[in-house]
Design a binder for this molecule. Sequence first.
Ligand SMILES: [Zn+2]
Length: 584
Amino acid sequence: MKKYLVSARKYRPSTFNSVVGQKTLTATLKNSIATDRLAHAYLFCGSRGVGKTSCARIFAKTINCMNRTPEGDACNECDSCRAFNENRSLNIIELDAASNNSVDDIRALVDQVQIPPTTGKYRVFIVDEVHMLSQAAFNAFLKTLEEPPAYVVFILATTEKHKIIPTILSRCQIYDFNRITIQDMVDHLTYVASQEGIIVESSALNVIARKADGAMRDALSIFDQVAASSMQNITYQSAIENLNILDYEYYNRLLDAFLAQDVPQALLIYKEIREKGFDSLFFVNGLAAHIRDLMVARDPKTLCLLEASDEARQSMAALAVRCTPQFFYKAMALCGDADLNYRTATNKQFLVELLLIKLCQLLSPSPIEAGDGEGQLKKIAPANTPQQPKPIVVAPVQPVASAPAPQQPVVVSATPISSRPVPPAPMAAVSNRPLGPKVPRLSLKTGLKQAEEAVKTTIQPRNRNNQFSDDAIDIAWETYISSHPTAHILVNTMRTARPKRLDGTRFAIMVENKGQVEMMTDSLPDIISYLGNQLQNDFITFEIVENQGESSPYVWNQREVYSHMLQNVPHMQEFVKRFELSLS
Ligand SMILES: [Zn+2]
């Protein structure tokens, strides 16, 4: 009966040319052998499974070969080569420093060094995971490493170059091994499959290569595992099932939902993913990686940053053109935030659902987004406005409670208070209508186009003076916050500095320090413009008060945020009902 050999051993490279993914490095090694410029110590650095030990073995075999090929490779036929290939050569000594890291182990090695080769020219000592040697062992090793007999070559290998002490580094020729690219792995796996008579789908090999994360040895082990469980017929489906990988199809369907602003669909897909047993954080990171991949695939200049086979790259590029770069940037930022907040979130499912809702709303033509400076919607300069609203007073400020107004606080209003001309047009009146449940589903292109047209045809608002409650301004304040998820500092300030009505349309906000005073002074014109549209009132003004020692009056807890979202986020109540959500 034929003995079964795992692919990682059976297809271990036996010549420099068959080493996968290290072309430059193997060429340099071959060259130094051909020109007889051997160093007495080499350091091979690189992550696991990239071919360090394989190269060391090939190196040892090649320098001992009695009949090298014109290309400088080992002949694999002479006595020495055969001894190497049959693992009986005495000219190669391997020490795994991970398990043999004591002074005694090194002394035994140094004793071995004194024995000259009986056949061949060199004895090669391979010390794997050399960074694991104890300090004393290092010291015992140094002298020999510096002045070994002429017939000795040391090859030290490590996955953690930064842990190697300088005295060792300076005595070695250093070779850095690359991570093996997906394309190189797919090519090699295709070769192995053809040798083994296994039928494979290239998309399945792509999945295996990604899972192996740069290590060829892992890729071959995974390949064996999938081949065994799929009866020698490796399909994409069998690969993702076997490796418990989330099918890209889910991410692509989610992208469709984002583009169609179809929140219910996005939430249902997420439910499906959860039911398949995938962890939510794993899902968020997978989604982030997918969006990132699409972003780099979209531009031919960055396509090289996409680690995938050529075929996969093309299909990603075709998908990516449906979105704008801006969409990707914002989506990545949202995913990044969700990842950061995940560990501290008490209701993780809620956090992910909120992320999906936000992603679905990225393309909704809201005024807030227009103000984000994405270049899609521009502020319209008011035609004949006398002067831009400016903070009127910048003076030392006092808490509003203790002193009604002995010193004038910073006042920011949309319009000069004395004579109120037509206020400057808010930047995009598209948003005057709250995003009700009947947000039209727009494709990316038509969405932007409609938004642009809406801006062009904005009617300058009149002196609107709608009465509104404290709750109403609080809610509008919150929606402004929730639509600026990436403006962390502003958002945090706004969370704690909530507007308090002084009288009529005059409000005060209390901030904690000078920096916040400045930031709010800069941001308030935009906020006021937004609030004006939401509340249909052009007379809102704010006074910024710096807190002089009182503790902050208002910090939102999660329940408050949740209840505000219930009231403000379109579809929210529907989702809560449909998915039976609650704050745990
Ligand atoms: Zn040979």
